[in-house]
Design a protein around this ligand. Structure first.
Ligand SMILES: Cc1cc2nc3c(=O)[nH]c(=O)nc-3n(C[C@H](O)[C@H](O)[C@H](O)COP(=O)(O)O)c2cc1C
Length: 354
């Protein structure tokens, strides 16, 4: 699972002149910014009044992702880039404001598998009826509403146009962010699987996606566990994959195209490829020890081969000269040994690009 920092939008929903919403939003930002820094969360204020969203004016259903208007495309990018939301919402006639419902209705896939918390305000009910209605709506979009909440009674909380300091409210705000971050992390595999660049993997529920520098931690762990067998087979610890630091892994992830196989947030396997002249280099083929012998390595190898640059005429790979298990797999997949005893203790194999 990626270690990219979470991005949380604080969404001020009321848009009328003189609204209390921006004041509540300001209190939330001031209260949560230190905690967000501790949690490594990027906390981004967004006001619906700044989005220039008219009442939904797109022809196609949002699930199509076909957006004709610039305001929709901008809103789509903003929501897509976020990992969770805090809606700062008033109660209007026992429900959420139309502005929030409209902003929700504009999009579809962009909301999915992200947590949403609510900071509500109103009179006797402190905006809680608005939140109850909003929860019904957001679940349709696969947003996941939190149990933690902040509910503000305007009559008690507002003084001279500001929110009075209130330690209980402040603690509730921090609790809301803490819960949001935990749920956002837990839902990350669901979000990753739903992303456009993720495709189904060979095991039920698994998926593959390109690995980035943010995956360096998991790749380092996978390498350390997978290349122990290589070390034993070759009676040598001089194997780069065993020694690379997360920083070194981060560096090569930037220069290779690497495909990761995931299941429920666990990196099960990977393979990296790149073009060198007219050769298509395939390397770092790895599968976690408990899933070996189930065709996962072969599946990853074939995926790497299928991605070969058409300008290449052969596929080349290396393994330990005494890694018989790997060599047998590569021979079965049509590779021929090119050099069986390279100076670094590896053997190289190749097969034509078909
Ligand atoms: C159209 C409208 C409907 C309202 N309905 C309710 C309501 O059902 N319950 C409630 O507690 N307050 C209600 N209020 C009072 C609001 O909670 C209060 O005016 C609040 O400041 C509105 O948020 P805003 O200033 O950010 O727009 C309503 C206010 C407006 C403008």
């Amino acid at each position: 699972m990626s270690t990219r920092p979470l991005r949380v939008l604080a969404l001020v929903c009321s848009t009328r002149p003189g609204a209390l919403g921006p004041i509540v939003g300001q209190w939330l930002i001031e209260t949560l910014t230190p905690r967000a820094a501790e949690l490594g969360v990027e906390f981004v204020p967004v006001a619906i009044s700044d989005l220039s969203l008219p009442f939904l004016d797109e022809e196609a259903h949002p699930s199509s992702g076909e957006y004709r208007h610039e305001h929709t495309r901008r809103w789509s990018e903003t929501v897509d880039a976020a990992d969770g939301f805090i809606a700062i919402t008033p109660e209007y006639n026992h429900s959420m404001p139309a502005t929030l419902k409209n902003a929700l209705d504009y999009l579809s896939r962009e909301w999915a598998w992200k947590p949403i918390g609510f900071v509500s305000y109103g009179h006797t009910s402190a905006g809680t009826r608005a939140v109850q209605h909003a929860k019904q709506v957001v679940t349709t979009l696969r947003l996941v509403p939190l149990g933690a909440t902040v509910a503000i009674r305007i009559g008690e909380a507002v003084q001279d146009g500001r929110l009075r300091p209130d330690p209980a409210r402040q603690a509730a705000g921090v609790g809301l962010l803490d819960e949001l971050v935990r749920v956002a992390h837990a839902l990350r595999p669901m979000r990753e699987r739903a992303q456009a660049d993720a495709c189904a993997g060979p095991l039920p529920g698994s998926y593959v996606r390109p690995l980035t520098a943010d995956d360096a931690g998991q790749v380092t762990v996978l390498q350390r566990c997978c290349w122990v067998d290589e070390a034993l087979a070759n009676d040598s610890l001089a194997i780069p994959a065993l020694h690379e630091s997360p920083e070194q892994v981060r560096d090569w992830l930037a220069t290779w195209h690497t495909t990761g196989l995931w299941l429920d947030g666990r990196l099960l396997g990977m393979v990296r490829t790149r073009r060198v002249g007219t050769d298509w280099h395939v390397g770092r083929l790895a599968v976690v020890p408990d899933l070996r012998g189930r065709g996962v390595g072969r599946w990853l190898l074939r995926t790497a081969e299928a991605a070969a640059d058409p300008a290449c005429d052969r596929i080349v790979l290396f393994t330990g000269a005494r890694s018989q298990y790997n060599i047998d797999l590569y021979h079965r997949e049509g590779y021929r040994t090119v050099s069986s005893a390279n100076p670094d203790g590896t053997t190289s194999l190749a097969k034509p690009v078909v």
